[in-house]
Design a protein around this ligand. Structure first.
Ligand code: FAD
Ligand code: DLZ
Ligand code: SF4
Length: 523
């Protein structure tokens, strides 16, 4: 290829692997150099699960190949390049030296930390730096700001209706929602039937590129949490589309009813497993939602399932992204309930007699994935009612899931799970006793603890912890109309029974071994 004078330098990050990226729009191939950088910092700012690192690096290498085959000039810096500086800024600086660009053009990053680094590029390099909006999201930052203006609670449901109107998804020509209601969540809470088994989701055998990355990650990041193999995540757009089609054909119809169900060993049930592909750019959120809508219109999937799926994407996913940028940087430090207990060691080892937690941690370790209710009502609920420090919890979630990027992880952890934001995202804490887990799963039958026992050494720990949480946060929660009534039940118990609950909870909490240093971050 003929050398060019002063090209536009286009850094593309590991979660920006889309052909319709704003930084590529309108660029001619002959005027641009695309820069892709494998850097140690991104694998270790928290010590990501090995499969997440394989996912991102392998998908980056495949994406670079695809761009090259389309005639783009790609400057790709591998992790084992002996001059690799280990950081985005260091690599952009080296690329500026190599190419002498007329301009750096980049799509805004998904994470605050990287956004701050990008802002510094403006003063550091001689050429102009243009940071463009990430148009892969349906709601812009301005859209979210407009929605948030003047609201105390940023209720997702209101935002979701705006997104339905904006996209026209599941809307009737008269401007009313399809089926007459906006939300069919009440139909989406079926407990699992005995023997419930979902059709398998496809797993993708590693090709030569992925195998090389697996070897590299094993060698460089062998001390990180999680199993390196078997690795089966989609790493190309073609694989991601195949995974999506398999979901629409086999799982979407029952996605709704069993959205909240949990079955030991059936790790993802009717969920889509598409979050990794969405978050790194292999799939487009709107294209997926339109495809789901087509399944409904063709009569192959019921409205409650299709609406539920679309709500997760144009509702929750878009909403948490808007919420993140609206609430940062404060959200990362929020701790409204003054929770300071360290994360227990068993979150990393899985060594606990609580069967629900052990199973959720096992699937997390094996697959770098757990489904939403496992993350929310088992792992998250435990952290909430045990009073675990929000920053330790956020580090854990960010480190262990292949789909974890701070813009989506942090609002879920600090807002939805821990109420650390003081209720801006969730209108009440999702605290629950063992009853909820027993109703929605088959975990309790073979647990060493008894879910029917409320206190004492054999009681399900969620039971006393639930009341300990309520009692210690009374002054903060009693005024909340969605939860306040629970204190009447507490008061009716009488002092002796209350003491039994509190003693049981405290004995359990005292028995927890704190996580050793070095799991989530390098010491
Ligand atoms: P499905 O159940 O099939 O849902 C379809 C899609 O909807 C998902 O792929 C995802 O893109 C979107 N979605 C669903 N729920 C949410 C939500 N609450 N927030 C944002 N998007 C949502 N999701 C991530 O992508 N990355 C994270 O780091 C992440 N951390 C989480 C932490 C906690 C504490 C909780 C409670 C949830 C978190 N989620 C996160 C949301 C959700 O659990 C995952 O998106 C989901 O489990 C991914 O599996 P799936 O693709 O099979 O999802
Ligand atoms: C997660 C990740 C990892 C492990 N490695 C890289 C990398 O080497 N190069 C890269 O461009 N991106 C990587 N990523 C994704 C980034 O962390 C992500 O792009 C930023 O957090 C911005 O959202
Ligand atoms: Fe979990 Fe309690 Fe059920 Fe055991 S009894 S599986 S700890 S909810």
């Amino acid at each position: 290829m003929a050398p060019m004078t002063s090209p536009v330098l286009v850094p593309i990050l590991g979660d920006q692997l889309s052909r319709n990226l704003s930084s590529l729009a309108g660029l001619s191939r002959k005027d641009a150099v695309i820069l892709m950088m494998e850097v140690g910092d991104e694998a270790t700012y928290v010590k990501h699960h090995k499969q997440k690192i394989v996912l991102v690096l392998s998908a980056m290498r495949h994406f670079a190949e695809a761009l090259r085959s389309e005639g783009w000039r790609v400057d790709y810096v591998p992790l084992d390049d002996s001059d690799n500086t280990g950081s985005f800024t260091g690599e952009v600086a080296r690329a500026v030296e190599r190419h002498g660009p007329s301009e750096i053009r980049v799509t805004e990053s998904g994470e605050w930390r990287v956004h701050e680094a990008m802002l510094e590029w403006e003063g550091r390099f001689a050429c102009p730096v243009r940071i463009l909006p990430d148009t892969r999201f349906i709601a812009s930052h301005a859209d979210f700001r407009r929605f948030a203006e003047g609201r105390k609670h940023l209720t997702m449901e209101h935002f979701y209706r705006e997104m339905r109107r904006k996209t026209g998804l599941l809307m009737r020509p008269d401007g009313k929602p399809e089926g007459g209601a906006w939300n069919y969540d009440a139909e989406n809470r079926a407990p699992p039937k005995a023997g419930l088994r979902a059709p398998l989701a496809p797993k993708f055998a590693p090709d030569v590129i992925t195998q090389e990355v697996i070897a590299l990650v094993g060698q460089r990041f062998g001390d990180h949490f999680g199993d390196l193999e078997p690795f089966g995540w989609p790493v190309t757009r073609a694989e991601a589309l195949e995974a999506a089609e398999a979901f629409f054909a086999r799982r979407l119809a029952l996605f709704g009813p069993y959205q909240d169900a949990m079955v030991a060993g059936q790790d993802d049930l009717y969920h889509s497993l598409l979050s990794t592909s969405l978050n790194i750019g292999l799939l487009d959120p709107l294209e997926l939602c339109r495809r789901a809508e087509a399944e409904y219109r063709a009569g192959r999937a019921p409205l409650n399932s299709v609406e539920g799926f679309i709500r997760q994407i144009i509702g929750w996913r878009e909403y948490v992204r808007g919420f993140y940028w609206h609430q940062m940087p404060g959200l990362a430090k929020a701790n409204e309930l003054a929770a300071h207990r360290p994360l227990p060691e068993f979150f990393w080892t899985g060594a606990t007699d609580m069967r629900c937690l052990a199973d959720c941690i096992r699937t997390t370790r094996e697959d770098a994935h757990a489904h939403h209710i496992q993350r929310l009502m088992v792992l998250g609920n435990f952290c909430l009612i045990a009073g675990i420090d929000p920053q330790a919890v956020a580090d854990w979630y960010l480190a262990v899931y292949a789909d974890a990027f701070e813009w989506v992880e942090l609002p879920n952890v600090a807002g939805m799970v821990l109420y650390a934001d003081g209720g801006r995202l969730a209108t009440k804490p999702y605290a629950a006793s063992g009853n909820y887990i027993n109703k929605m799963s088959d975990y309790c039958g073979r647990c060493r603890y008894k879910v029917s026992q409320k206190t004492g050494p054999n009681a399900c720990p969620f039971n006393p912890l639930y009341w300990h949480f309520m009692a210690r946060n009374r002054s903060r929660l009693e005024g909340n109309h969605r939860i306040g009534r629970i204190y009447a039940t507490w008061d009716r118990m009488g002092a002796a029974r209350q003491r039994e609950y509190l003693d049981s909870a405290e004995k359990f909490l005292d028995s927890l071994e704190p996580a050793r240093e070095g799991w989530a971050r390098n010491e």
